[in-house]
Design a protein around this ligand. Structure first.
Ligand code: FEO
Ligand code: CA
Ligand code: CA
Length: 745
């Protein structure tokens, strides 16, 4: 659907609160470029791209690179899937895609099958909604953790959000639910429970995969689950609440988006658009005496007067509802009698041992607090620190790296206690934010209380390192990190250790910016154009997004310098060359890259989209790629004309253009869905993919008329109740090759 982030029509929750004055190029004119090769008149002129020839220096594959994954068959041998507007999952000939785990499916013995008519309850024991990132954890026949199992395992699945319009998660309620306040507790209780994470066992019998609905491993984390605060902010004054007066715990995880798997075999999940679930009343700034917490709350999207996405705070006087009002209402000086600090308990990477339900999840505060997507672990090297790469998905936000104090011990790959191993590697280390330079180099700037620009920052006075971690966006502002085009997932190429980041789109880029939130193009975010969708010209900035990659310097995980280029620019294949900079063909073109996962079995880079710009032509999709390396393409100078100040030249570095054998569309999803999350069996013969929010563009007012639902997937495939008129459900699919081969061959 036509929206910038995982939110329903009319709901704008993606942060837009970075008004810091970090350097970016002076700007200028607006290229007005249209879809399908048409150049339309009007304001501005077509951009022209002036080709440069200098190859980015020093970026070739080094001799010390890890050996590439060696495929045993021809990869990308399948026939590309065409663009599709069908209400189904389309995969290449010779492949089969089957739904196995959908919203509401039971996760415990005795829980009734999902009726999918709005009358279901007990969501604490059912699959949550909006399946997102996902990781595989193998199980041996005896039920022990196994790195080699290929027919039995656990899927740890994020449940990011819910399909809603005007507050109500309408497919969960028989009549669509209430849009006015106060909202009934019976509705809110369901919505509180369908967010979070699930762990579900899956098994293969013959060639068929299925979820094991009564497995003892099955588990849910919801918005109410007890979770420990770990790392530098544990016990800090910023985490003190009525619920945890010691500042050591909070309840729940929220808006779980991307995922990761640690080198020691645990699961990590990123909390993304959590800010919008809180309300903050007018008058709260004064109640706080305009102290520095107001600066923090504004920087994280909650100026006073902000209203919440669902109105959960209105459902009653109970503590589980009151906590969603982020306000100073008590008389204490430390916040131990209210929820003025409650938002400081969200926005982290959360670690979970999927094999052990007895162990509480932990929020790893050392990795920073922002709109987290995935957490990608650098390839571990014995005796070297562990690096974790991360993005903050909001317009104009930053890319981060965490580097552990502890050095990697290979014996920790299979530890007796995974959460204790997480304590070792994730609770002490350095946090950095990235600066991208116009010459193709970049720097990791440490976010430390002793970093001079942070210690002396005029915009916010940091008390200690915990404050730096909790307010990492403000620390990024202080050191002048580069504002990016919405960093979504990141992933590490197992062939050479390079790190890929999807930058999904940014409607705030302008050649001649106005206001504090618009930015001129820069080298790492170099495109500004207008994409025409139908007759609409409202898609401006960088509507199609790009995929950037970096190569660490000689110090590897601990490097403070890197080189970078743009692997691919999203674009329509018919767009002018100044937009379609990667020369994508109709078998390759895509918009708004989001999910990004490298297969460890085949080395294929899977690219998934969550798009609103190209959805008049195709539903969201997944592509298979075999990328090269940083520096395999060339420098290019993009030239923009301006109404004042002459031309603007922006140097960028573009990876070698893909060929028909290195980039190919593999899957297109049902109507209204995004494709997100991917994990695989270790042999690469089964991949699991999530179809999030099919039918999201259904109007709540049409809840009584199934013929007006925009999607009926997966009910229309025979999965679950409802058949051809079913309410749509987010779901996990498994993809197998009919000849038993590896996926992507
Ligand atoms: Fe949850 Fe930024 O996608
Ligand atoms: Ca998304
Ligand atoms: Ca995402």
């Amino acid at each position: 659907m036509n929206k910038p982030v995982d939110l329903p029509i009319g709901f704008s929750e993606e942060e837009d609160s970075n008004t810091s004055a970090n350097p970016s190029f002076d700007s200028i004119l607006s290229a007005r470029l249209s879809r399908r090769g048409l150049l339309r008149g009007g304001v501005g002129t077509a951009a022209t791209a002036l080709f440069g020839s200098a190859v980015l220096a020093g970026c070739g594959g080094g001799d010390d690179d890890p050996a590439p994954v060696a495929p045993t068959e021809t990869l990308l041998g399948f026939s590309a899937v065409g663009k599709s507007l069908l209400d189904s999952v389309v995969v290449p000939a010779g492949y089969t895609a089957t739904a196995i785990y959908a919203l509401g499916d039971p996760l415990a013995a005795g829980v009734a099958d999902y009726l999918n008519d709005g009358t279901d309850t007990n969501f604490e024991n059912r699959a949550g909604d909006h399946h997102d990132g996902m990781e595989w954890f193998g199980l041996s026949a005896a039920g022990a953790a196994s790195a080699t199992a290929v027919d039995r395992g656990l899927l740890a699945v994020n449940h990011e959000a819910t399909t809603d319009e005007n507050r109500s998660s309408f497919f969960l309620h028989a009549d669509g639910g209430t849009s006015t306040l106060p909202r009934p507790a019976l509705e809110v209780d369901k919505e509180l429970a369908i967010h979070g994470v699930s762990v579900v066992e899956v098994r293969k019998t013959g060639t068929a995969w299925a979820a094991v609905k009564d497995s003892s491993f099955n588990r849910r984390l919801t918005t109410l689950t007890d979770i420990e605060i770990a790392g530098p902010a544990r016990g800090n004054a910023l985490l003190v609440t009525k619920h945890s007066t010691a500042g050591t715990a909070t309840r729940g995880t929220l808006n779980n988006c991307g995922t990761g798997k640690t080198p020691w075999g645990s699961f990590v999940t990123g909390e993304e658009n959590w800010s919008g679930y809180f309300t903050r009343p007018v008058g709260d700034d004064a109640a706080r005496a305009n102290d520095k917490s107001v600066t923090s709350l504004r920087r994280y999207g909650r100026a006073e007067g902000a209203t919440s996405r669902h109105g959960w705070e209105s459902a009653g006087a109970g503590d589980i509802y009151a906590r969603w009002t982020n306000a100073k209402t008590g008389v204490s000086t430390d916040g131990s009698d209210d929820y003025r600090n409650e938002m400081n308990g969200m926005g982290y990477i959360v670690e979970l041992d999927p094999y052990d339900k007895s162990k509480a999840a932990k929020k790893r505060t050392g990795l920073g607090r922002f709109a987290h997507e995935s957490a990608a672990f650098g390839t571990p090297v014995a005796g070297q620190p562990i690096a974790v790469y991360q993005g903050d998905d909001s317009r104009n936000e930053y890319i981060y790296k965490f580097v552990s104090t502890a050095l990697w011990d290979a014996a920790d790959a299979n530890p007796a206690d995974r959460m204790a191993t997480g304590d070792k590697y994730l609770d002490s280390g350095k946090l950095y934010a990235a600066k991208f330079n116009a010459d193709g180099s970049g720097e990791w700037i440490e976010l430390s209380i002793t970093t001079p620009a942070i210690a002396a920052y005029a915009g916010y006075t940091f008390a200690d390192q915990a404050d730096v971690c909790v307010n990492s966006r403000l620390a990024g502002d202080a050191i002048g990190a580069t504002k990016m085009d919405r960093p979504e997932w990141c992933a590490v190429n197992p062939a050479n250790g390079e790190i890929y980041f999807t930058l999904t789109n940014n409607s705030n880029r302008r050649v001649e910016p106005t206001g504090s939130s618009q930015l001129a193009p820069d080298s790492a975010n170099p495109r500004v154009y207008t994409d025409i969708k139908g007759t609409s010209t409202s898609q401006q900035g960088n509507p199609n997004g790009h995929i950037l990659r970096i190569k660490e310097g000689a110090a590897g995980s601990a490097a403070t310098g890197f080189t970078w280029d743009v692997y691919l620019f999203g674009a329509e294949s018919g767009a002018p060359g100044a937009i379609n900079l990667s020369s994508l063909t109709s078998d390759q073109d895509f918009s708004s890259p989001d999910g990004l996962v490298f297969s460890r079995a085949t080395g294929i880079c899977w690219i998934q989209t969550d798009d609103g710009a190209y959805t008049d032509v195709t539903n969201c999709m997944m592509l298979a790629a075999l990328p090269g390396q940083v520096g395999d393409g060339a420098k290019k100078t993009l030239s923009y004309s301006r109404t004042a100040g002459g031309a603007l030249a922006v140097d960028t570095y573009i990876g070698k253009a893909p060929t028909a054998s290195t980039l190919k569309r593999f899957l297109v999803g049902p109507i209204g869905s995004e494709i997100t999350g991917l994990t695989e069996t270790p042999d690469g013969k089964a991949i699991f993919v999530n179809i999030q929010h099919p039918g999201e563009n259904t109007a709540q007012a049409n809840i009584a008329d199934p013929t007006k639902f925009t999607s009926h997937w997966p009910g229309n495939t025979g999965y679950g109740a409802g058949g051809a008129t079913a309410r749509p459900r987010s779901a996990t699919i498994v993809i197998t090759k009919n000849d038993g081969g590896r996926i992507g061959s």
